[in-house]
Ligand binder design. Sequence first.
Ligand SMILES: NC(=O)C1=CN([C@@H]2O[C@H](COP(=O)(O)OP(=O)(O)OC[C@H]3O[C@@H](n4cnc5c(N)ncnc54)[C@H](O)[C@@H]3O)[C@@H](O)[C@H]2O)[C@H](O)CC1
Ligand SMILES: [K+]
Length: 496
Amino acid sequence: MPVFPRRDDKNPRQATRPAPAELLLPDESRRLDQAAAEAGVSLERLMAAAGRAVARAAMRRWRPRPVVVLAGPGNNGGDGWVAARLLEEAGWPVAVAAFGMPPENSVAAEAAGRWRGVRVPFSPEAVGRAGLVIDALFGAGLSRDLPAEAEAVLRAIRAPILAVDVPSGLDGATGQVRGFAPEAAVTVALERARPGHVLLPGRDLCGALEVVELGFPPGLIEALRVRCWRNGPALWRLPVPGAAMHKHSRGHVVVAAGATMPGAARLAAAGARRAGAGLVTVAATTQGAAFLLRGVAEAGDIIADPPAEALVGGKGKVWVLGPGMVPDDRARDLLAKVMEAGDRLVVDAGGLTLCAGAPERLRGASIITPHGGEFGRVFGPLGDLAQTDKPEAARQAASLTGAVVVLKGSDTVVAAPDGRVAINSNAPPTLATAGSGDVLSGICGAMLGQGLEPFEAAAAAVWLHGAAAPTGAGVVAEDVAAGIPRAFAQWTETYA
Ligand SMILES: NC(=O)C1=CN([C@@H]2O[C@H](COP(=O)(O)OP(=O)(O)OC[C@H]3O[C@@H](n4cnc5c(N)ncnc54)[C@H](O)[C@@H]3O)[C@@H](O)[C@H]2O)[C@H](O)CC1
Ligand SMILES: [K+]
């Protein structure tokens, strides 16, 4: 289980408690509804709450205007029928275009039965003159591709779309599009967000995400034992230096530099130093050390051509192996020696290339940080799975290697061998620049060195990296490392 922030109840800053971070899978959502029914909260009541939240979201964001509600055959449609009625009661002009009717005697059928207003055929013409379309066709658990008739109608929409649960066609578990899904202006998520709201391309299709509470009895979500979270301060605590600390108690990160790209090692070292590692050493070749020594302060200690034996082992040691590393014999030997010594280890870039097609070589690593290409090279068929289900691919890779897997991207997924998954969403596009991954591997090393367990270390590092990145033009990887103190401050002010 993640270590949740310890808080002092008498502290007024308690109010800044991070938002619930669980991401519910469709099956968990169904179990939740079932548990609610057993606890005396009916689906009818939940649907009424969902429909009311949707109507309120529309009224909060738009002035009265002609609304077309697209209502599907399931409970997502049910929420739509409720919202239609409430908007009409509030004086809005509303028409419902139904795509099939809910099964007789169902809760959704009852909601549809209460509609006395205008009905229009489900056709592209129906949405042509709308000022707002409420998409209540299908929810997050859609199990097949969107039907062609539904796609034709959704494609004809020119007005802003308010999506109920998800833009229809979006797979709530994976963030993938099943055939087609429209781009919403606002998505109202129910009780908790779903992985598909945070994973790409889903996140980009949801517009502004509003998570509304439906009134579930307390304790039911906890009882689900959710294993997937949105990455953020609810999952970990950043290490903050205490008065009694000294540099030797904050970890010793050794970055193994390659022979040809010492700049990458320098950035990893900068990331580790800014993220609080007590000591940072770059183990470089003679040639690399000469480059690093030319007026560059950020790398910390630099050792030229160190024998690996001299560096492995020792208390508090964490290796960052791979940034700028050429996968040669020297690198292979070093990886083997570090594994043998049982030191904690972050493997990135060239270190991953050493393990192409041989993920078993990573057994013993604490954290690995592949991007999609590296992931495919190491894990073969799991690379294809990562295209359609990133969390599942990362989870399987973690279970195969025993390492925490940081599968990078704008929606970086952090997966632990025990099945925990955190999906990150704070990374600005400026992180897509050479060297930014090197900074991340250094931050991972610093978090391990300061005592976080690997899953929390990796998730905290990924968040810190995103928060550290300046936005706007002209950002380079050095700026990300330089932004780390500001990111720490942001966390301290809001959550510590
Ligand atoms: N706890 C909550 O989050 C609550 C959510 N609510 C709403 O309920 C829906 C989920 O309802 P469900 O009936 O399970 O799913 P759908 O509405 O998406 O409808 C499924 C329905 O559609 C049929 N179907 C599926 N795929 C296709 C297809 N390609 N073509 C035709 N028909 C298809 C399927 O057979 C079913 O009949 C959630 O989104 C929320 O909006 C509750 O209202 C409150 C609690
Ligand atoms: K929908």
